[in-house]
Design a protein around this ligand. Structure first.
Ligand SMILES: NC(=O)CC[C@H](N)C(=O)O
Length: 308
């Protein structure tokens, strides 16, 4: 299959739809991003890279970071993490608080904000806040095979100043005893992980271990066990798009994780890691054109985990 022709065709077909959706504006710094951008990058398990559009323009990783922080937290806490966070789709918005009261401060899954905040708290059991961010950056640079990755401090600051909802979630969980560290420290780590600037090429490279049974097929480095990679993919499939997870499985059929920066990481197990980016979001907070692009890709490649 000519994957370069596939991504070129997707970018060409979506050219006139650039700007669809609504850029996240609850984080003031993200509201400044030009919505008419679109990029796609595929890194295959045999190390080939195919790109089209704005594939090397950096964007804010936002919630896609939750996949990588979860990987780090499972590395330090192992299965004990699952006592503090569930593995069920929430059927609610990414920043919802409603289930937390009924479920005694235990978030539904690690990919909604409440769950990701618990994951940060878990990482702080092993590292001081600055070290936790340092460890995350070391991990991301090594996975992306790119030492130039940086956190966008203006995005982190913007979210620190306006993250009232996340503060509410963190304080609420603390009241149930499911947050063990200082709320400001936990959120400091969370906001900085979300503020990582990354482009489609770097992101598709960073996710490659999930397409290759936990092992980076290019460096040969074992990131996680095959079982853990499979389980992270399962969580991405069921919970990676919040209240749009069912629809994403229906249309695309790949484990995926979205972020309000407009990026989506999708994993085609045994085949490739794919990153798409377009800042305009649909009503559940997932990239509008990014979702369409991945549906086109899945249709053209037959890569859906549910069959061609
Ligand atoms: N869905 C997202 O990407 C949300 C991440 C964002 N940093 C927040 O906490 O609101």
């Amino acid at each position: 299959m000519d994957l370069q022709a596939v991504v070129d065709d997707i970018a060409a077909k979506l050219a006139e739809r650039r700007g669809e959706g609504k850029v996240a504006d609850y984080i003031p710094e993200l509201a400044k991003v030009d919505p008419k951008q679109f990029g796609i990058a595929i890194t295959t398990v045999d190390g080939r890279v195919f790109t089209a559009g704005d594939a090397t323009t950096p964007f804010s990783i936002q919630s896609i970071s939750k996949v990588f922080m979860l990987t780090l937290a499972l590395g330090t806490a192992g299965e004990a993490l699952w006592k503090r966070v569930g593995r069920e789709p929430s059927g609610s918005a990414f920043n919802s608080i409603v289930q937390l009261e009924h479920e005694h401060g235990i978030p539904r899954n690690p990919f909604i904000n409440a769950g990701a905040i618990v994951v940060c708290d878990q990482v702080l059991a092993s590292y001081k806040p600055k070290e936790a961010i340092g460890e995350y950056m070391r991990f991301m640079r090594s996975l992306a095979d790119d030492d130039s990755l940086l956190i966008d401090r203006s995005v982190a600051k913007s979210e620190t100043e306006t993250g009232f909802r996340n503060q509410a979630l963190a304080n609420f969980m603390r009241s149930f005893g499911n947050l063990h560290h200082d709320v400001d420290h936990v959120l400091g780590v969370y906001f900085h992980q979300c503020a990582l600037a990354i482009n489609c090429v770097q992101l598709s490279r960073a996710g490659l271990f999930l397409a290759a049974q936990g092992r980076d097929p290019i460096s040969g480095y074992s990131v996680v066990s095959a079982k853990r990679a499979r389980r992270i993919n399962a969580l991405m499939l069921t919970c990676g798009h919040y209240d749009g997870s069912g629809d994403f499985a229906f249309h695309v059929g790949l484990p995926g994780k979205s972020g309000v920066g407009g990026g989506i990481l999708a994993i085609a197990p045994g085949k490739a890691s794919v990153a798409v980016w377009s800042p305009g979001l649909n009503k559940v907070g997932n990239s509008a054109l990014g979702s369409v692009a991945l549906e086109m890709l899945a249709t053209r490649t037959g890569w859906s985990v549910f069959g061609a």
